[in-house]
Design a protein around this ligand. Structure first.
Ligand code: FPP
Length: 253
């Protein structure tokens, strides 16, 4: 894996040295359209620039002590965009998988996809399955791509599966608690995110990891996603390390 360039990213950050850094970072990659617009180019130009950033940010994770990275690539609401933008994004996901698969495997990245696959094209689902299978023994970075993902949709699908198991006698309704629901979510194999970042100046969470982010720290930054460099990422990770997370309790004396 290439080392990220830039002074912040080259030095071992204090957060890594102290172990106070985020183990799981989730990112809402926003601002591709505006970035392209500012350059007088079509929106897809911004999405392509955004895809290049994904690679750099994944590569920066080990040196920042980030073990899990979850990125919001396409939401259940993004189907409302023009047909040509949706088609362009789907084709970008295919190209990304085809062009990055070998390096992801070689660089120790385990890839998972979350979201509802039902609406995706069969050939894309096959590529996603193959990439998951190909990288299943990797442990250096856990990259989760949220594709046709919505937090409410995920909880609804989990609840449906749980109800079916109750009806089939596989689950006792009286024993259902928070842990039970967690085991039915798409993210069942992931720790909860410690830090959620949203780029492009919008301060909302847009249905991303609603259940899982109950105690996450949030960072809303002005930078548009295609400008989100490893240096900006390193700065946010450092900032997180200085925060005081209490999970509803009080600070230790
Ligand atoms: C939001 O920006 C971005 C998206 C809906 C797509 C995110 C996709 C990528 C970064 C492409 C690559 C991803 C992978 C996994 C290869 P926006 O279009 O809403 O921007 P705007 O708010 O400025 O219009």
């Amino acid at each position: 894996m290439n080392k990220p360039t830039g002074s912040n990213a080259d030095a071992t950050p204090a957060s890594v040295a102290t172990g106070n850094g985020p183990r799981h970072v989730a990112i809402i990659m926003d601002g591709n359209g505006r970035w392209a617009q500012q350059r007088g180019r079509p929106r897809l130009f911004g999405h392509h620039a955004g895809a290049k950033r994904v690679r750099e940010i994944v590569e920066a994770c080990p040196s920042l002590g980030v073990e899990y990275l979850t990125i919001f690539a396409f939401s259940t609401e993004n189907w409302k965009r023009t047909q040509s933008e949706v088609a362009g994004l789907m084709s970008l996901f295919r190209r990304y998988i085809t062009s990055q698969a070998r390096d992801l495997k070689k660089n120790g990245v385990r890839v998972r996809f979350i979201g509802d696959r039902v609406r995706l094209e069969k050939s894309l689902i096959k590529m996603m399955d193959d990439l998951e299978e190909m990288t299943r023994d990797n442990t250096r970075v856990h990259l989760t791509v949220a594709l046709n993902y919505g937090g409410r949709d995920e909880v609804a699908r989990a609840t449906k599966r749980m109800a079916r198991d109750v009806a089939a006698g596989k689950l006792d309704a009286e024993t259902v608690d928070e842990q039970t629901l967690t085991r039915y979510l798409d993210t069942r194999l992931l720790p909860d995110p410690d830090l959620v970042i949203r780029t492009s100046g919008e301060a909302r969470i847009s249905n991303f990891l609603l259940w899982q982010s109950a105690y996450a720290e949030y960072e809303f930054i002005e930078t548009l996603w295609p400008d989100f460099s490893p240096e900006v990422f390193a700065g946010i990770v450092q900032n997180y390390a200085g925060r005081d997370r209490r999970y509803g309790g009080v600070k230790n004396a």
